[in-house]
Design a protein around this ligand. Structure first.
Ligand code: SF4
Ligand code: SF4
Length: 368
């Protein structure tokens, strides 16, 4: 184990990616570029075993995600098992495959929260971004149903250059649906988002305007709607604390059972990942090479090593460092102390100004 982190608490939360299958084709999807059905989703029994192990090691929350988790007809069993074990359950969904009976059934089994993503507020534009005709209308219906059955709702608004004009109406939509929380998350640039960066990255002016809108709404809607605001950190001075620090708070289990510190970690080419069923989950969390390599501060190069923010942002995002510099152990280049910072900010500005609007949509089963 890393010398700087001799003791590690259990993870707060597990992201359970039940499948990569999804009817949508979002051009910023965080799933891997190369996804094939052949990689094989774990069966119900395997997932129930993972949930038991997570409970034993002290995980407090499970976020059922994908792909689209409702593709799986055994989702109810998993939610039910987590509920029995006293784990908080959240469903992260596109909402396009859910009808009233399904949502009520999930709530009956103990589902505590639903997080519903929207691509915009205007039907044609939202369906174009998601690559799925009729999707927006279906999402509206699912949001309405969640309110009707009293399931706490978070709306996840994924923002980028091509839907920034919808931000005000997205906020109003969240209020109208009685959502408790709105996550305004600018696209992050890895996976499909990185591949489509030129079509997604906002201008600095757009970003500043969005930030003003969110700040004003946050004040106006105090006590009504809680905001989470995630900025595209290419324009930031410092990186965000990715996943609350590598291997500190979260673990991610892929559809085939590989256990990773974050959903993009598979992009790091020389890192090996253990699988559930082959090694105890607790052991993977505490001891495995994938979880310990970048845990804590001992791995850090300068300028992070002597920086007073090193236990605030934990050096930023390893996958972003890899994607932008070719070295996963480099200082995240969105940090202004990184020698690469100016180059990255200039690149973002140039891509935003070029105004390429065409997407390369997420594909499943054909590789990247
Ligand atoms: S980002 Fe879009 S394509 Fe990817 S899993 Fe979510 S809804 Fe499906
Ligand atoms: S130098 Fe490293 S620790 Fe300091 S702010 Fe930048 S990324 Fe964070």
């Amino acid at each position: 184990m890393n010398a700087a982190s001799p003791h590690i608490d259990p993870p707060l939360a597990m992201l359970a990616e039940l499948t990569y299958r999804c009817p949508l084709r979002c051009p910023y999807c965080s799933n891997p570029l190369e996804m094939t059905a052949a990689s094989g989703d774990m069966d119900t029994g395997q997932w129930l075993g993972v949930i038991e192990e997570a409970a034993d090691m002290g995980v407090l929350q499970i976020h059922f995600s994908g792909g689209e988790p409702t593709v799986r007809q055994d989702l109810e069993d998993m939610v039910g098992r987590a509920e029995v074990l006293g784990i908080y359950t959240n469903l992260i969904t596109s909402g396009v495959l859910i009808d009233q009976a399904r949502l009520e059934g999930l709530a009956d089994r103990g589902l505590q929260h639903i997080q519903l993503s929207f691509q915009g507020t205007e039907e044609a534009g939202a369906d174009r971004i998601g690559g799925f005709r009729g999707g927006h209308r279906k999402k509206l219906e699912t949001a309405r149903l969640a309110g009707e059955i009293g399931l706490p709702l978070t709306i996840n608004a994924v923002m980028h250059r091509q839907n920034m004009d919808d931000l005000e109406s997205m906020i109003q939509m969240a209020v109208d649906f009685g959502a408790k929380r709105l996550e305004v998350a600018h696209v992050q640039y890895y996976g499909w988002g990185l591949r489509n960066r030129a079509a997604l990255v906002p201008t600095r002016e757009q970003l500043e305007h969005a930030t003003e809108i969110v700040e004003a709404a946050r004040e106006r809607l105090k006590g009504i709607l809680v905001f989470d605001y995630v900025v595209p950190d290419y324009y930031a001075r410092y990186p965000k604390s990715c996943m609350g620090g590598w291997g500190r708070q979260f673990l991610n289990v892929t559809p085939s059972g590989r256990v990773m510190p974050c959903h993009a970690a598979e992009t790091i080419p020389d890192m090996t990942f253990d699988s559930v069923g082959e090694r105890p989950l607790l052991d993977i969390w505490e001891q495995s090479e994938a979880f310990t390599r970048f845990r804590g501060t001992g791995w850090m190069p300068e300028p992070c090593r002597s920086c007073d923010r090193r236990e605030i942002d934990w050096g930023g995002c390893r996958c972003q460092a890899l994607a932008l510099t070719g070295n996963a152990a480099a200082t995240d280049p969105v940090c202004e102390k990184s020698p690469e910072h100016e180059r990255i900010a200039a690149l973002a500005a140039a891509e935003a100004a070029a105004g390429t609007d065409e997407f390369e949509y997420r594909r499943f089963g054909q590789g990247g």
